[in-house]
Design a protein around this ligand. Structure first.
Ligand code: ARG
Length: 469
């Protein structure tokens, strides 16, 4: 069955069908397409384009189709062009000529744009709630580890002691920004294209506001050409997914490194680790590795859609059909990665002892000694030089700063005293960073509470969306 056979004399090539058909992937818009068609039929009835009887017949047949597909009684026929054709085919088979009236004042161009916006809105709810769950977990762990001292790194070289909670909450902030972005994307996707026709609008007295109400959109589109060609909202979503994946991937990379024997800072749970078929001792971090490995694929989909849109003449072009596989694959992978990261974090063991021991080695307190000299009136640049010499001495003696005799230290700077050196343990170092945004344990708790508060409006926004469904 085709929706456009009339002007053709020759047969469609089989190869063309295989090449052109989108049903093998756009069947996923099934619920949205039915939903859009029901609203369209109700609107057509309300303005008298369909009689009451015709409207009711179409709506109940569409509902039946939905039930029958969901119960497995109707199966997709993948030789059919797309989801819109498939549903119309079933409809006409069920109710005959009346079914042929549904496509009045509608084109597949505004139809597919509507389906995709409905799908995006629904899917965003899942992305947002998975992101919220992950942020909540990071907040809990952040508070739990507000005094767990660990080396902080720059250039992957030991830099200064921090608390692990601070590091975890850094990811909390990243995912919070992702949540803000998802919310923006939702608002931009929340516009009804239906009623734009193929590109120019339709010559019937339709009631677009009513369709909008029925489908739960906030606005109707204001330019029919733009409405059928615009995929910015898909790009927005793909960017959101890409950024989430990049954040997940950074976290994943850290877990891979931290769970290595060389670091040993965390141990992933057995339930989220895998073994080797040859090396019996192995416990492999496949989960974070796969997250890292899926990130380029999701980011690639964003790149693909941007390149599809670049240079695409107005209005609808078949190139746009390529948006769907990109979106579905990006969303599926982002969702599974978000979903698995939460229990991965919850179930891992944090090796507090190893973290603490590591933070005592590698001169992580050198900056603090320089800061202590500054307090005694030394200029920071001078203090930096003094401590540099002390580190040089420590390296030659194979000793940490706190292990070098006070006499030797005093020879380098007479201003150094025992009290100063006594305050160089990692916990004292982090406690001194008691400034908003700093790694001091009180500030970390403060940061966690602050993030919790900032989450409330988003929780409410997405919860309302979820419950209105
Ligand atoms: N399968 C098409 C797509 O995904 C539906 C719209 C087709 N419109 C058209 N004029 N050929 O974009």
């Amino acid at each position: 069955m085709k929706l456009w056979g009339g002007r053709f004399l020759g047969q469609t090539e089989k190869l063309l069908e295989e090449f052109n058909n989108s049903l093998p992937f756009d069947y996923r818009l099934f619920e949205e397409d039915i939903q859009g068609s029901i609203a369209h039929a109700q609107m057509l009835t309300s303005v008298g384009i369909l009689s009451q009887e015709e409207g009711e017949k179409i709506v109940s047949a569409l509902k039946e189709i939905k039930t029958e597909v969901n119960q497995g009684e109707l199966q997709f026929d993948f030789t059919i062009e797309d989801i819109h054709t498939q549903i119309e085919y079933w409809l006409i088979k069920k109710i005959g000529d009346t079914g042929k009236k549904l496509h009045t004042a509608r084109s597949r161009n505004d139809q597919v744009a509507t389906d995709l916006r409905l799908f995006t809105k629904k899917s965003l709810q899942k992305t947002a709630s998975l992101t919220i769950e992950l942020i909540k977990t990071l907040i809990e762990l952040g508070i739990e580890h507000s005094e767990t001292v660990v080396p902080g790194y720059t250039h992957l070289q030991r830099a200064q002691p921090i608390v692990y909670g601070h590091q975890l909450l850094a990811y909390g902030e990243m995912f919070y920004r992702d949540l803000e972005r998802l919310t923006e994307t939702y608002k931009r996707a929340d516009v009804l294209p239906l009623g734009s026709g193929a590109l120019a609008g339709v010559p019937y007295p339709i009631d677009r506001e009513y369709t909008k109400e029925l489908l739960g959109f906030s606005k109707i589109s204001t330019n029919s050409i733009d409405a059928v060609s615009d995929r910015d909202f898909v790009c927005d979503y793909l960017y959101n997914c890409s950024m989430i994946m990049v954040h997940l991937s950074r976290l994943a990379e850290e877990l891979i490194i931290y769970s290595s024997f060389e670091f040993g800072f965390v141990e992933l749970s057995d339930g989220f680790s895998t073994g080797s078929s040859i090396m019996p001792q192995k416990k492999n971090p496949d989960v974070p590795e796969l997250i890292r490995g899926k990130t380029p694929r999701v980011a690639g989909h964003l790149q693909a859609l941007l390149m599809i849109l670049k240079g695409l003449p107005l209005s609808y072009n078949k190139d746009l059909q390529e948006d769907k596989e990109a979106l579905f694959d990006a969303v599926d992978n982002t969702h599974i990665c978000l979903e698995i990261t939460t229990p991965l974090l919850k179930s891992m063991t944090v090796n507090i002892d190893k973290m603490s021991k590591a933070s005592r080695i590698g001169y992580l307190n050198a900056t603090d000694l320089a800061d202590a000299l500054v307090e005694k009136g030394v200029a920071f640049r001078e203090a930096h030089k003094i401590v540099g010499e002390i580190v040089q001495l420590g390296l030659s003696l194979n000793k940490e700063i706190t292990e070098i005799s006070i006499d030797k230290l005093k020879q380098i700077s007479p201003l150094i005293d025992e009290e100063m050196i006594g305050a160089l343990d990692p916990l004292s170092c982090v406690k001194r960073r008691n400034i908003p945004g700093g790694t001091g344990p009180n500030q970390v708790i403060e940061g966690a509470e602050n993030l919790k508060k900032r989450l409330v409006p988003f929780n409410e926004f997405w919860y309302k969306k979820g419950s209105s469904k």
